[in-house]
Write a protein that binds this ligand. Structure first.
Ligand SMILES: C[S@@+](CC[C@H](N)C(=O)[O-])C[C@H]1O[C@@H](n2cnc3c(N)ncnc32)[C@H](O)[C@@H]1O
Length: 227
C-alpha cells in the first residue's frame, strides 16, 4: 500500500461519525452537488440499473440514488470499513446493495455498470493515475453508461485560484470551521485538476459528451458517457 492510500484511509477513518455535518460546513453546495448528480443519471426512475459509487463515504449519495431508482442495484465501494459500515446503516436495503472494501486506484472496478458515481473522491488520484483510472472506469461501464463525478478542481489562472481559495476559506470560517487547517490539508493531500484536464483525460479514455454541469469556486460536477 502506498503512503498516499494509507494517509487517505487514516484521515477518513477518524472522520466518519461527524462526517455528514462537517461536509456541509466545508464544501460549498454539498447537498446541491449530490441532488444534481442524481438528476444527471440518464435513465428512467423505474429502470433496473446497476450503479457503482466510488468512495461512497457514509452513503448520502447511495441513499438518494436508491430512493430515486427503486429498481437499481448499487455497489458501494470505499477504502475504509468505518465508512462502509456508516453507508450500510444509512442506505440499508441489503437486497439491492453490495459493499466492497477496495481501493479504486488499484483494484478491479468490476463490469456491467450503467452508472458510476464518485462524489468528492477522485481528487485523491494523482495526475499520473488519472488516465489509467478513467480507462478502467470506461471499461467497467455498459455502452451508454455514464460516469458522474463531483470533483475538487483547480482554476487555470493563479489569480482566479487565489481568490477562489480565499472565498472558500471564508465559507468554511462562516460555518465555524478552521478554514486555514482544511485548506492546508487540501494543498498537502489532494490532487485537484482543471476542468480542461479532466475533460481531456476522459476523452482520451474514450468517453464522449464530457462536460461540466455545475461549478462553485473550486468544486464542479462533471458527466461523461461511454459510447
Ligand atoms: C471526501 S470523502 C467523500 C464521501 C462521499 N462520496 C460524499 O460525497 O460524501 C472521500 C471518500 O473516498 C474514499 N476514498 C478515497 N480514496 C479512495 C480510494 N483510493 N479507493 C476507495 N475509496 C477511497 C474515502 O475513504 C472517503 O470515504
Amino acid at each position: 500500500m502506498s503512503m498516499n492510500t494509507s494517509a487517505v484511509r487514516d484521515h477518513f477513518r477518524v472522520q466518519v461519525d461527524h462526517y455528514p455535518g462537517l461536509m456541509g460546513r466545508i464544501i460549498p453546495g454539498y447537498a446541491e452537488q449530490r441532488d444534481l448528480m442524481v438528476r444527471l443519471v440518464p435513465f428512467e426512475s423505474g429502470r433496473r440499473i446497476r450503479i457503482l459509487d466510488l468512495g461512497c463515504g457514509p452513503g448520502l449519495l447511495a441513499q438518494q440514488l436508491l430512493r430515486e431508482f427503486p429498481q437499481a442495484e448499487l455497489t458501494a465501494l470505499d477504502l475504509t470499513n468505518e465508512m462502509l459500515d456508516a453507508c450500510r446503516q444509512r442506505a440499508g436495503d441489503e437486497s439491492r446493495m453490495d459493499y466492497r472494501l477496495a481501493d479504486f486506484r488499484t483494484d478491479d472496478l468490476g463490469s456491467g455498470y450503467d452508472v458510476i458515481t464518485a462524489s468528492l473522491s477522485l481528487h485523491h488520484l494523482t495526475f499520473a493515475e488519472r488516465p489509467d483510472f478513467f480507462a478502467r472506469a470506461y471499461d467497467s461501464l455498459n455502452p451508454g453508461g455514464v460516469l458522474i463525478a463531483a470533483e475538487v478542481i483547480i482554476d487555470e489562472s493563479p489569480d482566479v485560484r487565489a481568490s477562489q481559495y480565499r472565498l472558500w476559506q471564508e465559507f468554511m470560517i462562516a460555518n465555524g470551521e478552521d478554514g486555514e487547517q482544511w485548506f492546508s490539508k487540501h494543498t498537502d493531500k489532494d490532487h485537484p485538476a482543471t476542468i480542461t484536464s479532466l475533460i481531456s483525460w476522459l476523452g482520451v479514455a474514450g468517453f464522449v459528451g464530457a462536460g461540466c454541469y455545475w461549478r462553485q469556486l473550486n468544486f464542479a460536477v462533471l458527466r461523461a458517457a461511454r459510447r
